[in-house]
Write a protein that binds this ligand. Structure first.
Ligand code: ZN
Length: 204
């Protein structure tokens, strides 16, 4: 049984400091109607809050499932800005997607620094340096297992959401001086989450 409010149209968010965001998650072992209904609610919640991704712990469920909606990079006329990676070619036309047990199996040495935000850290954007390209394995809900090389926003979104499954929130990867600048905002959110003794464990 998945523990979430079944009668909501969108799910309540958990915020930085909430224990469920900073703990371990369990692998998905079966695809049943309950999981499908939960995935649909996660997608509705992601859209309602203008996110490009959402991980199950962000709505209080310690499960290795994420949802994403990432579009390919295009200019104003809808023309592709660069050749797509295999992951973008295969997955972008299927968006939104729910991915079970996603895992990154290799990271590029080339990195890229971009601003990130998170529905569990509302209103705060800060730069995070991540590998530019990753190879991601997983299984689409009601779809096949896959292994794709991804780049661009898709690679970043996978890394950000899979971090959530490992109890990591992007703020832990923000370097100074940006971390120091954002800290008062982070502290307000931690207070809102109801966490008493949470301290951000910085990873950079
Ligand atoms: Zn997030």
């Amino acid at each position: 049984m998945l523990n979430y409010p079944k009668k909501c149209k969108i799910l309540p968010m958990r915020f930085l400091g909430d224990g469920v965001l900073h703990g371990k998650t369990k692998a998905v072992v079966s695809e049943d109607d309950e999981l499908r209904a939960f995935a649909r609610l996660m997608i509705d919640t992601m859209y309602a809050r203008d996110g490009v991704g959402l991980a199950a712990p962000q709505v209080g469920v310690s499960l290795r499932m994420i949802v994403l909606h990432v579009d390919p990079p295009t200019d104003e006329d809808g023309k592709l800005l660069r050749p797509l990676s295999p992951g973008e070619t295969e997955l972008c036309p299927k968006m939104p997607i729910a991915v079970l047990n996603p895992k990154i199996v290799s990271f590029s040495e080339v990195t890229e620094t971009k601003d990130e935000g998170c529905l569990s850290v509302p209103g705060i954007y800060a730069p995070v340096t991540r590998p530019r390209d990753v190879v991601v394995e997983g299984k689409l809900l009601d779809g096949p297992e896959f292994r794709f090389e991804c780049t661009g926003l898709l690679a970043r979104a996978f890394q950000h959401e899979i971090d959530h499954l490992d109890g990591i929130v992007f703020v832990q990867k923000v370097k100074d001086p940006f971390f120091e600048q954002a800290l008062p905002g982070f502290k307000k959110i931690i207070k809102k989450s109801g966490a008493k003794n949470y301290q951000i464990k910085r990873l950079v």
